[in-house]
Design a protein around this ligand. Structure first.
Ligand code: FES
Ligand code: FES
Length: 161
């Protein structure tokens, strides 16, 4: 069975017909052509597929596309503005928060969600917000520094998470 879903994806309204059993991850990558969201473990363990649903991080590999009708979905492609990096993207760039990069879109979306809800998080709140994301390369210290950098940028104003 297929059904129509209507959602706001990266700021744009769209309507799509999707099979009942289509994962949000496969909808984004295969139907919406948004390949920034990565497939990692495909089982809810790694966080590589993290997207924002109404500003809260969710795992696209554990979410049905049919379940997000009426919601606001943001993927990593939504960040930045006209070529200018978002605060979190700048943080990852300046603090070397990315090495091989495979985990990076998921981390960036988890960080962006945190900073949208809480622009000035404590180090403990940052660690808690990133608890569902795994990185095999960086050792996490650089990622936490990236979030702190982004938080400082937000405090100065003029940029979005
Ligand atoms: S691919 Fe979704 S949690 Fe790993
Ligand atoms: S940068 Fe390689 S897995 Fe995180």
């Amino acid at each position: 069975m297929a059904r129509l879903i209507e959602l706001t994806l990266n700021g744009r309204r769209r309507i799509d017909a999707v099979p009942d059993n289509l994962l949000l991850l496969d909808y984004l990558r295969g139907q919406a052509d948004l390949t920034g969201t990565k497939t990692g473990c495909d089982g809810g363990e790694c966080g590589a597929c993290t997207v924002l649903i109404d500003d809260f991080p969710r795992l696209a590999c554990l979410t049905l596309a049919a379940a997000v009708s009426g919601r606001r979905i943001d993927t990593v492609e939504a960040l930045g503005n006209g070529g200018a990096l978002s605060a979190v993207q700048r943080g990852f760039h300046e603090k070397l928060g990315s090495q091989c990069g495979y985990c990076t879109p998921g981390f960036i979306m988890a960080c962006a969600g945190l900073l949208r809800r809480n622009p000035q998080p404590s180090a403990e709140e940052i660690r808690a917000a990133l608890g569902s994301n795994i990185c095999r390369c960086t050792g996490y210290v650089k990622i936490i520094e990236a979030v702190e950098f982004a938080s400082d940028l937000l405090a100065q104003g003029g940029t979005a998470p």
